[in-house]
Design a protein around this ligand. Structure first.
Ligand code: ADP
Ligand code: MG
Length: 698
């Protein structure tokens, strides 16, 4: 039948769920009562009314007010009713009314969709789904999908008018990721061709006025006040030398001296967080019976979903919960019950230097806006305290007011490839909310040109089109695409898959010397003398040879989950290869060329990421940009090759190149002569060596 469905707030009386026709569970009603107390529910009619009358709506709300979980449901409900009224009985109705909600972070997409599936009393992956790179948990029944902004951008390359959606919600717009920024420009265009499409832009901060301006001031702006309690801010007297140590001491102090309430500590990355969790546990353990126990929970993006979900559960035995998190907990995920926030003032961010062309992750000071968001996490359920591990003077004078949008600090190679595929011809004059620096634009175009993805006129080449089919960065995609020419596509495929998943090595904590030695020993068994890419290949092969056995992984300090996911990624990439008619082949394992071919193929994609060992100084300099870099301590190389190709550059206290493989200088002039053109080179030892190589070649 075509009866209008009934929805949450009317549904209290109904016993059937309109989404799947099943009776509501007890859980549904319990959660519904909770949901109704969220601030956005007070504004439901106002929001929907504004959206009925306007195509675009900007919504600002304090973190935790219910934007991400509730608004997409409201919009879905509204769109369903509209469609039901105009086309009763149309079976294609569902398809037309899909609501998509973007998230800058994969974790948020997964975690929130799971929550919303529970709220709607449906199964995740059916009516409510999520889509992130390499994982699509949506299906033909899906009416509400949470997807990363990058994935929506990809979808747009196949469906330029986004016809499968009736409404798009750009969530966390204040994060200003590159993908969200490009979506802004794209949607502005799509909205003109599709008057039926609705757009909601959601943000946690007041930058929202900028979004409003971007749409010509026509979009109404609705602010949902949070229900914040007072938060007392405490600064340190002096600046802290070691922010991790000082954070640990502060957390332990709070646990000892302060009343009930959970603690949230912001740190910058997985390793730092895992170490801090152990040290906090140890210090609290050392206090013995003086204090109560605490439950310490890490939170970062590469944590398996089941463990991520732990932060939302009450701590066992009503102990104090201490959450140690990356920036995910700043606005993406709301954890109820936090009363104390410890903010060292740092975040790991992507930093890009267009002069050098290197993109890296660096620990940098946060902005004032971030500091305020972090503080706000303490006052959600009761008055709270925020410990800032920096001085008040430093807050006033040193912190930027806002974080720069990512687009001004990124390498835009991948983005440009996608934009070209979207049919955006003029990348320079695109309607950017904040345009990237001219040098950045130039660098990205140059890179695509050198990779052969773009021709002299700036058009996408056939190779460029194939490259954009792969959810990989352009260099890696190129290595994969040319690998059949080097007779090693099976192997490069495995390496690409391994590079696309989190670190596969299990590192026992610093304190456990014996296990650490065993792990190092295991690792040495897989090490390939010529480099880390080949080591990754060895591990993948060993995993398959051992029938993907979890206990084999455990014994060898290999992360089973990472391996399973690499295997899955490999299958997905293999499907794309077959669609693009790329041949699967291998050089015979016994052949001397087996590894040589693999190394050459890697270089054929990553020839812009090469460093040369300067004999005079014993240092590595990146080729063409002459930046001093060091082999990352995790490398399996036991010698310093004259030339190395590397996968990425990480900057901490120094610049490290990570995942490096030994290559030969001759290959550079054979494989990428157009890039290793001598005129483009600054004077350096690498240039002199290359010159000789060129001469010998002729
Ligand atoms: P906003 O997007 O405005 O920051 P959310 O919609 O994310 O707010 O959160 C609203 C409420 O839903 C919060 O109280 C939060 O704790 C709760 N919530 C969100 N995700 C989960 C989850 N996975 N499990 C339990 N509660 C959740
Ligand atoms: Mg949110």
């Amino acid at each position: 039948g075509a009866a209008s469905p009934m929805f949450a707030d009317q549904a209290s009386g109904s016993i059937f769920n309109p989404w799947n026709g099943k009776p509501y569970s007890q859980n549904f009603h319990r959660i519904l009562d909770q949901r109704k107390t969220l601030p956005v529910w007070q504004h439901k009619e106002e929001i929907l009314d504004a959206l009925r009358k306007n195509q675009v709506l900007v919504l600002v709300g304090e973190t935790g007010s219910g934007k991400t979980t509730q608004i997409p449901q409201f919009v879905l409900e509204m769109m369903t009713m509209t469609v039901a009224e105009t086309t009763p009985g149309d079976d294609k109705r569902r398809k037309k009314m899909m609501v998509g909600c973007t998230q800058p972070r994969r974790v948020a997409a997964m975690s929130v969709s799971q929550r919303v599936a529970e709220e709607m009393d449906v199964t995740l992956g059916e009516e409510v789904g999520y889509t992130i790179r390499f994982e699509d948990k949506s299906g033909p029944k899906t009416v509400l999908n949470y997807l990363t902004d990058g994935m929506l951008l990809r979808e747009a390359t196949a469906d330029p008018l986004l016809r499968s959606y009736s409404a798009i919600i750009l969530d966390e717009a204040h994060e200003r990721t590159v993908a969200t920024d490009i979506l802004f420009g794209l949607l502005k265009r799509v909205l003109r061709s599709r008057p039926d499409l609705k757009l909601v832009v959601m943000s946690a901060t007041l930058e929202a006025e900028k979004f409003q301006g971007y749409f010509g001031g026509k979009a109404p702006l609705i602010k949902v006040p949070g229900r914040l309690h007072d938060v007392e801010v405490l600064y340190t007297e002096e600046s802290q030398r070691d922010y991790v140590e000082s954070a640990i001491q502060t957390v332990v102090q709070v646990h000892m001296c302060e009343g009930p309430g959970d603690v949230l500590l912001f740190l910058t990355g997985e390793e730092e967080i895992e170490d801090a969790c152990r040290n906090i546990a140890k210090e609290i353990g050392n206090l013995g019976g003086q204090v109560g126990p605490a439950t310490i929970i890490p939170l970062y993006s590469t944590l398996p979903p089941a463990l991520q979900q732990k932060v939302f559960e009450p701590a066992p035995g009503r102990t104090r919960k201490i959450v140690v998190s990356t920036n995910i907990a700043e606005t993406s995920l709301t954890i109820d019950g936090i009363v104390y926030v410890v903010d060292p003032g740092f975040v790991k961010r992507k930093v890009y230097d267009p002069r050098v062309g290197a993109e890296s992750l660096q620990v940098t000071p946060i902005s004032k806006a971030s500091a305020e968001q972090r503080k706000g996490r303490a006052g959600r359920t009761a008055p709270g305290k925020c410990y800032r591990l920096y001085t008040e003077k430093s807050f006033d004078k040193d912190l930027q007011s806002q974080t720069d949008p990512e687009i001004v600090r990124s390498n835009l190679g991948t983005t440009f490839l996608t934009m070209k595929k979207l049919g955006i011809d003029d990348l320079v004059h695109f309607d950017y909310m904040d345009p990237p620096a001219p040098k950045t634009l130039e660098r990205a175009l140059e890179m695509l040109y050198y990779l052969g993805a773009m021709d002299d006129e700036g058009n996408l080449t056939k190779l460029g089109r194939i490259m954009s089919e792969f959810p990989l960065d352009p260099q890696t995609a190129k290595a994969l695409i040319v690998s059949p020419e080097f007779n090693c596509s099976n192997e490069i495929l495995s390496i690409c898959a391994m590079l696309s998943v989190p670190n596969c090595f299990v590192r026992p904590p610093k304190g456990e010397a014996r296990r650490k030695a065993a792990a190092d020993e295991a690792r040495a068994r897989f090490a390939h003398i010529e480099g880390d890419h080949l080591t990754l290949l060895n591990i993948y092969h060993a995993f398959k040879l051992n029938n993907e056995d979890p206990s084999w992984c455990h014994e060898n300090f290999i992360n089973y989950k990472a391996m399973k996911s690499a295997d899955n990624v490999r299958q997905q990439l293999a499907r794309i290869m077959s669609r693009c008619s790329l041949r699967m082949c291998s050089t015979e394992f016994g052949s001397r060329d087996y590894y040589v071919n693999i190394r050459k193929a890697i270089l054929a994609g990553c020839f812009m990421q090469v460093a040369h060992l300067e004999r005079s100084t014993g240092r590595y300099l990146t080729v063409r940009d002459n930046q001093a870099v060091h082999l990352h301590p995790s490398t399996c190389l036991d010698h310093n090759p004259q030339w190395v190709v590397y996968n990425e550059c990480v900057v901490t206290s120094r610049s490290f190149i990570r995942t490096t493989t030994d290559i030969r200088g001759e290959w550079l002039v054979d494989i990428a002569p157009h890039f290793y053109e001598m005129e483009n080179f600054p004077e350096c030892e690498a240039k002199r060596v290359l010159k000789t190589l060129y001469k010998n070649r002729r």
